[in-house]
Design a protein around this ligand. Structure first.
Ligand code: ATP
Length: 944
């Protein structure tokens, strides 16, 4: 080692490590790194806090926030709004100052409203982002703890395992089969092997730094501990600041479509407004007045508030989903959720509770029953004469008095199995305030509890010196231990996998040959336990002198026996599967577990239907892609699968034209999660890699949460459709009204201020309230929305047009009736039309709550936001017309009680007509409402 260049930093306890210091670590041996650390147990909490204070958070520099004033200003940067402001100023200069002030005030109010909507949406999105902060495992003051990766500092000891994202640059201290995926940093697509024991020369290129791991990369396999050498912008990733490029906000397909729709509307509206402008001018209208009117109409007709309301509704919907344990990472997935037709779900933890309890042990030629419930190590391992007896006995641990201890020689077999279960284990059993909990894998936790119940405790002289970590591809794990005299390998895993590695069996304290007949007998035990939905684990061991050299292979093992454990199904999953069925969504179970275990669980959940079957990974291997695709409808459960099978299943469903949601937790699930339309990662058991690949993270790993998220997703889409329909109907009503008035050669029936005001009170609060509508009663009783269906279908477009025409017509009638009687009372006619147009739009929002259900069916008051919004808007409307002083600003005049009665009556007409039609259509098509659900289920049946 070149001591001149490799001179270690004087002390890592100094507050900060410079970039030069962090380079040194790759060039020195592990023992030197360890000696430099001078704190075997990791940093002291106070030291970590001091370093964080002086070095700053472990984060890449974020894009500077846009100042509030600029955000506010962008509200007024629309071209038409600019022209309107200019026109208002000109009319002010020409003496029409009341109009000018009123217009400017409304424009400002509109801008401020839009600004607050955007701010709220942004804040809601930021709050959601905070829920997904990356975490990491760190050793501080001798304790392993999980902290936000942001608070990591140089000198921290971190622990990594397969699937973890590397939170900072770090020098490896201990490695077991580590391979890192560094494509993000070096472009190398294959995982790179890493080892703590390598010492590298100076100037080693990044891609060859085999003794270090780097921020932003992932551990594809193995287990490691490492010391952090650089954080935040001092890391290799920080140097290239790669992540900045990806922080651009992306638009979802829906937002993009809305943007396009907005552009189309701008062109259409401007064309119509140009016609109105020309006609009014030809009629001899005052050019300034007509120009102002035309611009105001353009501002009113263009739904400029749409993107802000969509973002806000999405953000609020996402918050609701987060409360239901589904964190959305990619906005676009909210839309896709509503179209999901197939959910491929993991078994363990998603459909079951992942609360494992060992119930039966087979060790040597003896069967044992395990008593006691939960993770408390209270209970016993009691000998039984048969599996049937072992499975039938009470499990509450109350039988200690009459339990029959097993034969002392047989007990040696049990002890050896329990020792294997204890050491081949990474979980910890902890008791807080009398409550026992598992830290780590529940399967391994259950084995710790079992060992404790069997009285097996850790040997203080025995150390684990090597480990081949569990990997769901291999379905096994092993450790090498050393007690100073003898080195031993302990291995556990799926029975078929472990049996293959064994040539002997441990029986009555001796290793005896394991023949095919005995293997069949053991497999029969497994079949019987699996039929009772139990998860099985087999155990084996051997003495292994070669471990001293640091190598070993899981071969020539002595079979120790097996443990059967229960994992209760989630009660709520059963209901959720049923809801899916009614909603035209197929549920599928994919598991690494034994086929019989999987089948038993599927039957308990009523997930498997007549004519459907379980298929194993091995059988899948024999099918071609086309065969799998054809066979899919008959397959409800996939067992003993590997990662590549998951990918094949997703692809096959996709090829059948289905919209697939896929759950996963392991590092190997990431490709399938990426390939699915909606990738769902498990928040509790999932690895960072899976989470990174996913669109949605489930914070409770629960199947029911996926179904709730789908319901929310459908609801959000429906709500967006509702307020888009509302806004467009209102705007087309306004434009058509003005258009026909111009065609009929009438004087302008509304003033610029009136148009802008209507736009303000109808486009704002009621539209937003529609976005908060609770999910409709049929939301999970209808088939999924076709993924290619546009937001505004042809039928909806037609509806928008004729209903807008309806609003325009009633307003035209009222204007004409009021105006034709007198011909002198233009102001009164305008005021009446102003009120009818505003009120009919406000009332119309009620019918936009559903395209199918009438108000009484939805519950008139079930959307209280809409009630509040309409009440507030009504008060404002009546206020501007009736309050002396303000009245003048809006070019309004007093209306008589009779006129108010007419206004009210006429304004209620559009909503009444549309609601009556809904009722009529329903009765004509389906008969009384009771039959409707039948209609739905028929179409569901078709969809399936
Ligand atoms: P899913 O969550 O997808 O339903 P799973 O959890 O049932 O899958 P895996 O975790 O891949 O599937 O487990 C597959 C098999 O590997 C199990 O049936 C069990 O025999 C074995 N196994 C599970 N956990 C461990 C472990 N920690 N150590 C050794 N073997 C294990």
């Amino acid at each position: 080692m070149d001591t001149a260049t490799n001179k270690p930093p004087a002390s890592t306890s100094s507050a900060a490590l410079s970039d030069a210091d962090s380079d040194i670590y790759r060039r020195i041996a592990v023992q030197d790194v360890k000696s430099l650390l001078s704190h075997e147990h990791g940093l002291a909490l106070s030291e970590a806090a001091a370093r964080l204070q002086s070095i700053g958070p472990n984060a890449l520099i974020e894009r500077p926030a846009v100042p509030v004033w600029r955000k506010l200003l962008t509200q007024f940067s629309e071209l038409v709004v600019g022209i309107l402001i200019a026109a208002a100023i000109i009319s002010g200069l020409m003496g029409e100052w009341i109009d000018a002030v009123a217009i400017l005030a409304i424009v400002v109010l509109n801008g401020v409203l839009g600004f607050f909507q955007e701010q709220k949406a942004e804040r809601a999105m930021a709050a959601l982002r905070k829920l997904t902060v990356p975490l990491c495992k760190v050793v501080r003051e001798g304790r392993v703890q999980q902290i936000a990766a942001r608070t990591l500092v140089p000198g921290d000891l971190i622990e990594l395992e397969a699937g973890d994202q590397v939170p900072a640059d770090a020098r490896l201290l201990r490695t077991f089969g580590v391979r890192a995926q560094e494509a993000a940093l070096t472009g190398e697509s294959k995982p790179v092997a890493k080892s703590a024991d390598i010492v590298l020369p100076t100037e080693t290129p990044l891609a060859e730094c085999r003794n270090m791991v780097f921020m932003g990369t992932e551990l594809a396999a193995g287990k490691a501990s490492a010391v952090v050498t650089a954080t935040g912008m001092h890391t290799e990733l920080g140097h290239i600041a790669r992540m900045l490029a990806t922080s651009e906000p992306e638009l979802t397909p829906l937002q993009r479509r809305l943007k396009e729709l907005g552009q189309l509307l701008v062109v259409t509206c401007l064309a119509i407004v140009a016609v109105i402008f020309t006609l009014q001018l030809a009629r001899g209208g005052d050019p300034l007045e007509v120009a102002l009117l035309a611009i105001s109409l353009a501002v009113a007709a263009v739904p400029e508030g749409l993107p802000a309301v969509v973002t806000l509704v999405l953000a609020i919907g996402l918050q609701r989903m987060a409360k239901c344990h589904a964190l959305v990472r990619k906005l676009a997935s909210v839309e896709t959720l509503g179209s999901v037709t197939v959910i491929c779900a993991d078994k363990t933890g998603t459909l079951t509770r992942n609360e494992m309890t060992a119930r039966v042990v087979v060790a040597g030629d003896q069967i044992y029953r395990v008593t006691g419930v939960g993770y408390a190590p209270v209970g016993q391992v009691v000998s039984a004469t048969s599996l049937v007896e072992a499975l039938a006995g009470p499990t509450d641990g109350k039988e200690s008095a009459d339990h029959v201890p097993c034969d002392a020689i047989m007990a040696i077999d049990l002890r050896q199995l329990l020792t294997c279960a204890l050491y081949c284990n990474n979980a910890r059993l902890v008791s807080t305030a009398g409550e026992w909990k598992i830290v780590g894998d529940p399967t391994e936790g259950a084995l710790l509890v079992l060992a404790a119940k069997g009285g097996c405790t850790a040997d203080p002289n025995l150390r684990v010196v090597h480990e081949i970590p569990f990997d769901s591809q291999r379905k096994a794990m092993s450790v090498a231990t050393d007690n100073g005299q003898v080195a031993t390998i302990y291995c556990k895993g799926a029975l078929e996998v472990v049996l293959e590695k064994c040539d002997r069996e441990f029986c009555r304290g001796e290793a005896v040959p394991l023949d095919a007949r005995r293997c069949q007998e053991i497999l029969k035990y497994q079949a019987e336990l699996a039929a009772r939905a139990m998860r099985m684990l087999a155990f084996a061991y051997r003495e292994a002198p070669e471990v001293v050299e640091g190598t070993y292979q899981e071969r020539g093992l002595v079979f120790l026996g097996l443990v059967g454990m229960t994992d209760p199904v989630r009660e709520e999953a059963r209901g959720a599967i049923d809801r899916c069925r009614r909603a035209g969504i197929r549920s599928i179970m994919i598991t690494g577990d034994h086929p019989s275990t999987a089948q038993a669980v599927a039957e308990e959940l009523a997930l498997i239907e007549a004519g459907q079957r379980v298929i194993t990974g091995q059988e899948l291997d024999a099918l071609s892609d086309a065969q799998l695709e054809a066979e899919l409808p008959r397959l409800a459960v996939f067992s003993r699968v590997r990662a590549e099978h998951k990918l094949a299943i997703v692809k096959a469903w996709r090829a059948r034209g289905e919209v697939v949601a896929m759950t996963g937790d392991g590092v190997n699930d990431a490709p399938a999660i990426k390939a699915a339309h909606v990738g769902i990662a498990m928040g509790l058991s999932g690895t960072d890699v899976t989470k990174e690949a996913s669109d949605i993270i489930l914070t409770d790993d629960n199947f029911a949460s996926i179904v709730n998220a789908i319901e929310e997703g459908r609801g959000i889409y429906d709500n967006i459709q509702k307020f888009v329909r509302y806004l467009l109907t209102c705007n087309s009503g306004e434009v058509l009204f003005m258009f026909f008035a111009a065609v009929f050669g009438w004087p302008s029936p509304l003033t610029a201020v009136q148009i802008l005001w209507i736009n303000l009170i109808t486009d704002g609060l009621p539209a937003l309230a529609l976005g908060l509508e609770p999910p409709g009663p049929d939301i999970m009783h209808r088939p999924p929305r076709p993924v290619r269906e546009t937001l505004i279908t042809r039928a909806l477009g037609l509806q928008i047009f004729w209903q807008g025409l309806l609003i325009a017509t009633v307003t035209l009638i009222v204007f004409e009736l009021t105006y034709s009687g007198t011909r002198q009372h233009l102001e009164a006619a305008r005021t009446a039309a102003f009120c009818v147009l505003a009120l009919s739009q406000l009332f119309f929002s009620f019918t936009c709550r559903s395209q199918r259900y009438t108000l009484p069916e939805l519950g008139v008051t079930s959307n209280r936001y809409l009630f509040i919004a309409i009440a507030a808007s009504l008060v404002l409307q009546v206020g501007v017309v009736a309050v002396p002083g303000i009245q003048g600003l809006f070019d309004a005049t007093d209306l008589s009680p009779q006129q108010w009665a007419v206004v009210l009556f006429v304004s209620l007409m559009p909503v009444t007509i549309v609601e009556s039609l809904k009722l009529l259509v329903t009765y004509k098509k389906k008969g009384p409402r009771g039959d409707m659900h039948q209609g739905v289920s028929k179409s569901e049946a078709k969809a399936r």
